[in-house]
Design a binder for this molecule. Structure first.
Ligand code: RIB
Ligand code: CA
Length: 312
């Protein structure tokens, strides 16, 4: 089997953690490295959480790199109200023994994309796009070498989750998002319109709990903490499992449906800062730059996730 080479850029975050578990449980994927960015919580926490999750997965050889501690221009906005003060509230996970790599994440992104065969690396972004944008600014020659970027970010009919107009990952660093969406790199976007369809319902969490493994127990504890904010806000049964949609797309793209269209990022108006303006109906002459997903087979998604978690 030809394994798909990926780099995961992330701000764990319980949903990021489940995405990392799914990736590390999937032999189809060759995780070249995990680059960490500030977002859900400050970088010191997102880094520690990424290390903890790699150890929880039983993959202590995973290479983890610390990246940007703040957005390119704006001050950092975090989401402890959703993820807890550590960003991984829920389970009691041991302090990590795995150490971060000494290289900065941005340097790793540039070096690894230049080292790997052109067009062979997929970037999976689960947080603000700061690391990716900094790498593209420092070394624009890497853009054509990147096969695609599959990201969790943005929203259109669903609106925003951190402001009425903006989804958190884009809102945290809209200037970085503008750079990535203007880069010409093939983009696949999992917006809130999709991720709000994959809810951690009681039935789905019970199916994961029934695996009876330490990974399953920690996953359920993470998600039972994580979901409470969205359940209260939306009155839903369960919370949206945002980030694992990115990894599930690589494993079973047929779970998702969407269309190629133009996405532009608001970087001027404070009112709509970070809004993803999605030209779904092609009413502008702006060039299509992203495949935006809008439908997902939620049951198929959770069957895949549960089956892969069982292997850890
Ligand atoms: O808006 C949801 C996104 O913001 C997810 O990636 C979550 O982990 C946070 O980073
Ligand atoms: Ca995230």
């Amino acid at each position: 089997m030809t394994r798909q080479k990926i780099i995961i850029d992330t701000d764990p975050g319980q949903d990021d953690a489940v995405a990392i578990l799914l990736a590390l449980a999937s032999p189809e994927l060759d995780v070249l490295g995990i680059t960490v960015v500030a977002g859900n919580v400050p970088l010191n926490w997102t880094l520690k959480n990424a290390l903890k999750v790699c150890e929880l997965a039983g993959k202590p050889d995973t290479r983890v790199y610390a990246g940007a501690s703040r957005p390119m221009l704006r001050p950092l906005v975090t989401a402890e109200h959703v993820h807890g003060n550590t960003g991984l509230n829920g389970p009691e996970l041991p302090e990590p023994t795995l150490q971060a790599q000494p290289q900065h994440a941005v340097d790793f992104l540039i070096d690894e994309i230049q080292r790997q065969p052109a067009g062979s690396v997929t970037l999976c972004t689960l947080g603000a796009l700061t690391n990716i944008a900094l790498a593209l600014q420092r070394a624009p020659e890497i853009a054509p070498r990147i096969q695609q970027i599959v990201m969790m970010g943005g929203g259109f009919s669903e609106g925003g989750n951190i402001t009425p107009a903006a989804e958190f990952n884009i809102y945290v660093d809209p200037h970085a998002a503008h750079i990535v969406f203007s880069s010409g790199i093939p983009l696949v976007v999992m917006p809130l319109d999709v991720t709000h369809q994959v809810l951690t319902t009681r039935k789905r969490l019970d199916a994961i709990a029934a695996l009876g493994t330490p990974v399953a127990k920690a996953t359920v504890e993470m998600l039972e903490f994580f979901e409470r904010f969205d359940e209260e806000k939306y009155g839903s049964d369960g919370g949206p499992l945002h980030d694992p949609c990115v990894i599930a797309y690589l494993l079973q793209p047929g779970l998702f449906k969407g269309r190629h269209c133009n996405v532009a990022i608001e970087i001027h108006s404070e009112l709509t800062m970070g809004m993803t303006v999605v030209d779904w109906w092609g009413v502008t002459d702006r060039q299509n730059n992203a495949t935006v997903m809008r439908e997902v087979d939620a049951d198929g998604f959770f069957s895949l996730l549960t089956a892969r978690l069982e292997t850890l």
